[in-house]
Design a protein around this ligand. Structure first.
Ligand code: LFC
Ligand code: MG
Length: 443
């Protein structure tokens, strides 16, 4: 049973200097320092349980998200956890509809990232109090309770509460078997770790051969800055992995629409399954045009990691603008909004292949995609979850990858909790890691 009143909300600016090694670099984000606004919720109950929530950032700007979390805090403090989750739709709407704060959103940008961090912490605390990993909390919830967490405002033209309930009811068939399948074999993953844009060819080669040895069969490569570089790198990877394994490409919003089509036509010989974020994440019709142009080449369009909210996903689906839908656990309004997107994807029969990596995104999103398989999609066809091999050591319950698959977490919660010492050392700017770096840089 959920209980307790939220007695404290603290938020930390935690940054990891990943840019020093070129990790995470792409055609638009050349020097990311994987970071998070890290929220901790405490209650007045003496059970020692706290809720931890993150949203992912790239370094500079994390302090802005921290401010936004503090601005949302009055909506959470002194609230009864039972009341929050008992009317989760209402609580979601309260956070996203604050009559003044929503002006700097609504449901997008910094304020929505902050909403995600706060709500992720609430879900972590709820799952912990129930003694279940989050995916299992969701799997065990009856359809009516699940949909009561979703705000259907703006999406009822494609998905009503009743229709969502019906999808969940229909997917009850075979649920037990699918849960057993997950526990035995896990959820299939692909790796992005080998081919960040800033990696020299020698590194790419070495990481790719290690990944092959570790049993990876699906690889993503960053493209979009220089065509000749892309051709060389894609050839190198395709030759290493052979014709049968899967290759995806990610341009991180670098191109205009015609440029995306031209560039990808030149990379088509390397047989990519998808091109991810070919253009602006807001350009729904642009994505649709690219999808149409690239379909004859067998290349699908994937997008989602910078999709503001369920409304944009709705339109991408309506416009047939994507072939692979990439949810993000920290950009959308937490589990609540992700649930609505999973259900819309099911309705349109579009596979969900979550965005992960960053710091903590793998830890979180594995719960959502495992739930999706067991309770919504009931399929692994054309589906896989991203994996990136960084920063897991800072989490108390790190992901477990076995044979290139995510094994379902067993610990209670949303796997969001970071090790206390890691937070302390990486707090910006006063943690020991940053003090040293900033001194060395003469700041
Ligand atoms: C800046 C980041 O590392 C991105 O490049 C990364 O999230 C990427 O788009 C991905 O798909 O993993
Ligand atoms: Mg991407």
């Amino acid at each position: 049973m959920v209980h307790g009143r939220v007695s404290r909300l603290s938020v930390h600016d935690v940054r990891f200097p990943t840019s020093l090694g070129g990790h995470g670099s792409d055609a638009m984000h050349t020097d990311p320092d994987y970071s998070a606004a890290y929220v901790v919720l405490e209650t007045d109950v003496e059970d020692g349980l706290k809720g931890y929530g993150i949203t992912f950032t790239l370094g500079r700007g994390t302090e802005v998200v921290v401010c936004a979390v503090n601005a949302l805090a009055p909506h959470v403090l002194n609230k009864d956890l039972g009341d929050i989750v008992g009317d989760f739709r209402g609580f979601y709407r309260q956070l996203t509809s604050d009559g003044q704060l929503r002006w700097i959103g609504p449901e997008k940008g910094v304020v929505h990232l902050a909403t995600a961090a706060v709500l992720n912490a609430v879900w972590d605390l709820w799952a912990k109090q129930e003694g279940k990993p989050l995916w299992k909390l969701l799997v065990d919830m009856d359809p009516q309770t699940l949909v009561s967490c979703i705000d259907f405002r703006y999406i009822t033209d494609v998905l009503t509460e009743e229709a969502a309930c019906e999808i969940l009811r229909q997917s009850q068939v075979g649920k037990k078997e699918r849960e057993e399948q997950m526990l035995a074999h896990g959820y299939p993953a692909y790796t992005t770790s080998c081919a960040w844009l800033g990696y020299p060819d020698a590194t790419l080669k070495q990481l790719c051969s290690e990944a092959l040895k570790d049993g990876w069969t699906r690889f993503k490569v960053k493209v979009g800055a220089d065509l000749q570089d892309d051709i060389r790198r894609c050839r190198l990877i395709r030759n290493m992995i052979g014709p049968e394994k899967t290759l995806m490409m990610d341009a991180n919003q670098r191109w205009d629409v015609p440029e995306a089509v031209e560039w990808m036509t030149k990379l088509a010989e390397f047989k990519p399954l998808w091109i991810e974020e070919p253009t602006s994440p807001d350009d729904i019709l642009g994505h649709a045009a690219i999808s149409k142009a690239l379909a004859p080449l067998g290349i699908g369009v994937a997008t989602g990691e910078q999709c503001h909210n369920r409304v944009i996903f709705k339109q991408l689906l309506q416009a047939k603008a994507l072939k692979f839908l990439q949810i993000d656990s920290c950009r959308l309004g937490s589990v609540n909004e992700n649930l609505s997107v999973l259900l819309m994807a099911k309705k349109f029969d579009i596979p969900v292949c979550p965005h992960a990596g960053g710091v903590g995104l793998c830890e979180l999103v594995q719960h959502l995609i495992i739930f999706d398989f067991i309770s919504v999609s009931a399929s692994l066809q054309d589906r896989m979850c991203e994996y990136v091999d960084h920063l897991h050591e800072h989490f108390k319950y790190p992901v477990l990858i076995r044979e290139a698959s995510y094994m379902p977490p067993k610990d209670a919660g949303y796997s969001t909790e970071m090790k206390e010492d890691s937070v302390k050392r990486h707090r910006y700017p006063d943690g020991e890691v940053w003090k040293k770096l900033l001194t060395a840089q003469g700041n």
